[in-house]
Design a binder for this molecule. Structure first.
Ligand code: SAM
Length: 250
């Protein structure tokens, strides 16, 4: 399977299982003035519309880039007002000086940043912003739970993961990767903690969307929920980095 295409293979499950991003994250974007109606938005790695939907609801016209054909079809159905381009961020034509806001919601780790960051730098307006966020499934700062102990055992038995880039919780490494070229600087950074209750079926569906989890590992995670009484509270977090393009002062 091509890199990053795991999600398309389970497109329906992805759409049904992934929880929405926390309202406080959207509140932060709004407080920063990034969700003003009419601002042109670009959603990179849009999936089935987890960020496209709220951006449209805020009144922003959205161009959504999604390489997976099944996800792109779901996205077109869920968000008919969006302009959906079925392509990788590396290959899509993004134009020059057009977008006020670009977002990458739990997707930036799939991009070749050497290609995508210069394209984005060119595609944003002078005051544009690139908002990057990511869910961390398993908040490392939350008190340990019996379910997370079982998850740690499953992960510890695994061969090195195939997923590229720094671990999801490593905000410092991601921030360095996104600013190393000098094209962008960090304008704002925040983290949101949230808790969700899952039964075994919800864990099976959600963990089945994780690109680094095998079917057997997903089955073990669902079995752990059953062993622990049929319901578990999962502590998650989401980080948000807002990047501003650096312009030379010639
Ligand atoms: C974890 S999903 C995130 C989807 C959605 N943005 C969300 O918030 O749930 C990662 C998405 O990135 C897409 N993707 C993978 N490689 C990509 C690339 N090179 N360019 C653009 N999107 C890519 C996948 O098809 C998938 O939809």
């Amino acid at each position: 399977m091509a890199r990053g295409m795991h999600f398309d293979a389970g497109a329906d499950d992805y759409d049904a299982a992934r929880p929405p991003y926390p309202p406080a994250l959207w509140g932060r974007l709004r407080a920063l003035g990034l969700l003003e109606p009419g601002r042109a938005a670009l959603d990179l790695g849009a999936g089935s519309g987890q960020a496209t939907g709220p951006l449209l609801a805020a009144g922003l016209p959205v161009t959504a880039i999604e390489p997976g054909p099944r996800l792109a079809a779901l996205l077109r159905r869920a968000c008919p007002a969006a302009t959906v381009i079925e392509a990788r961020a590396e290959d899509a034509a993004l134009g020059v000086g057009y977008f006020d806001l670009a977002v990458a919601a739990t997707s930036v780790h799939w991009f070749d940043l050497d290609i995508v960051l210069p394209k984005l730098h060119a595609a944003l307006t002078p005051d544009g912003r690139f908002a990057v966020w990511r869910n961390v499934f398993g908040d490392p700062d939350a008190p340990p739970t019996p379910f997370r102990a079982r998850i740690a055992e499953i992960v510890a038995a695994r061969r090195p993961p195939a997923r590229p880039g720094p671990p999801a919780e490593d905000l410092t490494a991601m921030s360095e990767a996104l600013t190393a070229s000098g094209l962008f600087r960090v304008d704002d950074c925040s983290t949101y903690r949230w808790t969700v209750e899952f039964d075994a079926d919800a864990v099976r569906r959600l963990f089945g969307t994780f690109s680094d989890w095998s079917r057997d590992e997903v089955r073990q995670a669902a079995a752990a929920v059953t062993d622990l009484g049929g319901s578990v509270a999962e502590h998650y977090s989401s980080w948000l980095l807002v990047l501003a393009p650096q312009r030379s002062s010639r």
